[in-house]
Design a protein around this ligand. Structure first.
Ligand code: HEC
Length: 136
């Protein structure tokens, strides 16, 4: 049987690997030098001081709502929770459905839209977003 010649070197490399692993743990902040074994938070990242960030304008993709009476009212009252695109995303809907939709936004979703505004908005939606009146 061949004898393994350098057990010393093998043991030494194992120690070396263990030392490297331990050092990495210290560097990562897992151990404090005074109390190895205690869990610590990782050291904070060091940010470079010359970092330069910029962000472009957020694309809002606002829909081109049909021009007409009530457009501004709709934009003001219906943009609080979601984009007015929710209107243009729908298929053409009958006027009663729009009235029910606006009622749903008020009663179910909690939109605080005064009666006058709601009436105006339903008229606007009926004038531009029904199967008969919708242009695009
Ligand atoms: C208080 C917040 C709020 C306001 C103000 C609001 N909505 Fe909504 N709207 C919602 C929520 C919540 C949904 C559901 C979103 C979902 O299902 O992902 C919704 C959905 C919709 C939908 C999609 C169909 C549906 O019923 O889910 C349409 C169309 C719509 N709203 C139109 C309007 C119109 C028109 C107005 C103005 C009269 C309006 N919304 C105002 C909260 C609001």
């Amino acid at each position: 049987m061949r004898r393994f010649k350098w057990p010393g070197i093998t043991i030494l490399s194992l120690f070396l690997l263990a030392a490297i692993a331990l050092r990495a743990d210290f560097r990562a902040g897992y151990y404090a030098p005074t109390e190895p074994g205690a869990m610590r938070q990782a050291l904070p990242d060091v940010f470079s001081t010359d970092a330069n960030y910029s962000a472009g304008q957020f694309p809002l993709l606002e829909p081109a709502l049909a021009t007409g009476d009530g457009k501004e009212t709709l934009e003001a009252d219906c943009s609080l929770c979601h984009t007015p695109r929710f209107v243009t995303m729908q298929p053409p809907l009958p006027a009663e459905t729009w009235a029910a939709e606006v009622e749903k936004m008020r009663k179910v979703m909690g939109a605080s839209i005064p009666d006058d505004d709601a009436k105006k908005i339903v008229e606007y939606l009926s004038a531009h977003y029904t199967p008969e009146t919708r242009k695009r």
